[in-house]
Structure formats: structure tokens, C-alpha cells
Design a protein around this ligand. Sequence first.
Ligand SMILES: C[S@@+](CC[C@H](N)C(=O)[O-])C[C@H]1O[C@@H](n2cnc3c(N)ncnc32)[C@H](O)[C@@H]1O
Length: 234
Amino acid sequence: MKQKDIFGMAMKAFYFDKDETPITVHSPDFDDDEIAIEYLFRNYAEMPKTEQKALKLAYGKVLDVGCGAGSHTLYLQKKEIDVKAIDTSEGAIAIAKERGVKNANVQDFYAENGCYDTLLFLMNGTGIIGNLINTDNFLNICKEVLKPGGQILIDSSDLSFLEDDEEPNNDFDRNYIGEIDFKISYKEEQSEYFPWLYLDFDMLKLAAEKNNFNCELILEGDHFDYLAKLTLKK
Ligand SMILES: C[S@@+](CC[C@H](N)C(=O)[O-])C[C@H]1O[C@@H](n2cnc3c(N)ncnc32)[C@H](O)[C@@H]1O
């Protein structure tokens, strides 16, 4: 079933009407949270240092996956880097184009068939993996669209800080702490629930190595977040 384009609605209202209504994020596991819509329009100076570092490391033909309003692509474009931006949200791609992104397509990463030196997955880039069981599939698609010697730059967070130390979890069937079900809402509209994966660095490294990638910790952020670089083993 096609999801409602919540990101697109909020971005359009902000861009065209200066409507700052945030996107609300709901999960059965957590209290509701908000994404400030301005944040999706951040410039380089406003980005966390992990994203700034990823932009500095990006080279060659770049694919900005889940580009949103195109903030990272716009920076790379200015540096005259050959970058293509994709997102499943039609509204996000419309706004990215309005903001000046030259090469932007409504496209699901899982149907991508280009060939790139750098794959960029930012703002919890592991989210689009969905759940742990899809990690091998995700990395296989990355392999297919990476040029020889290419790199994946991806950020995520270790959510284990959310675990309750007072009540240790003895339920061994429990899902991994980073497997989250979210739905997002904006004004009266809301999406269906969708899976969104947070991978701690050790789990990412394990999955990467199993799939013949090297995985390097590039930078740790201020709140259990990090940037990693994956390259195929020779
Ligand atoms: C958290 S937002 C991040 C947007 C942007 N990268 C940023 O940092 O501002 C995640 C984006 O990924 C997009 N997305 C989710 N699944 C996707 C997929 N399979 N292929 C392409 N884009 C996807 C969503 O539509 C959304 O715009």
C-alpha cells in the first residue's frame, strides 16, 4: 500500500507558506517526538559534524539516498560534485528541485540500478534497511550499485542507552533495541507504521564483514551517533 507523503506535505507547507508545523514521530516503544521541519532545510554550518564529515569524504559520482529536501545534495552540487538525489517522497523531490537540485528523482533505493563511487545515507541512514533481517539484502544492493573501489557513507545511533538498567531485560526473544516501528503524522494526516532500523557500530561492522565489506568508524557524534565508511574487501 502506498504510504501518505507526510514528509512531502510538511516540506511543501514550510517552503511555500513558511508553515513551521513539525512532523510528529510515534512509536509504541517511546513517547511521541518531533522533527522540526526547518531541520530538513539545514545548511552545512547547521549540520552535525558526522554529516559535515560525510560531505567532505564524498567523491566521484554520488548518490544521496533519501535526500529529503536535498540539503546534502545542494552542498555537494555547489562543490561541483556529480550528485544524484533520490527519495520515495514525491513532495520531497519536488522541493529539492525547487531549491535548485539539478538531478533528483522519485525513486526507491531498492530499485536503484545506477553505478556510483559514493552512496550517502544520512540522518540515521541505516533507517531504510528497516529491520535486521533485511541487512544482507540492503548490502547486496549496495554492492550492485557501487563502482569498484566505491564507498558507502552511513550514519546511525546506538540506542542501547535507552535500555532500562534497573530492569534488565531477560526476554531473549525480544527484538534488537534498534528495530523500531514508527509512524509519522502532520496536522490531521498520518502514515501507516513502517520499520526503521538504528544499528550500533558493532552490529553494522558484523553485518558488513559478513557481506565482504570493510567497515571503518569515521567519527562519533555527540549523542551515541556515528558515521561509518564501508568499502568492499579486495
Ligand atoms: C529522515 S529523512 C532524511 C532526509 C535527508 N537525508 C536529511 O538528512 O535531511 C528520510 C528520508 O528517506 C526517504 N526514504 C525512506 N525510504 C526510502 C527508500 N527506500 N528509498 C529512498 N528514499 C527513502 C524518506 O522519504 C525521507 O525523505
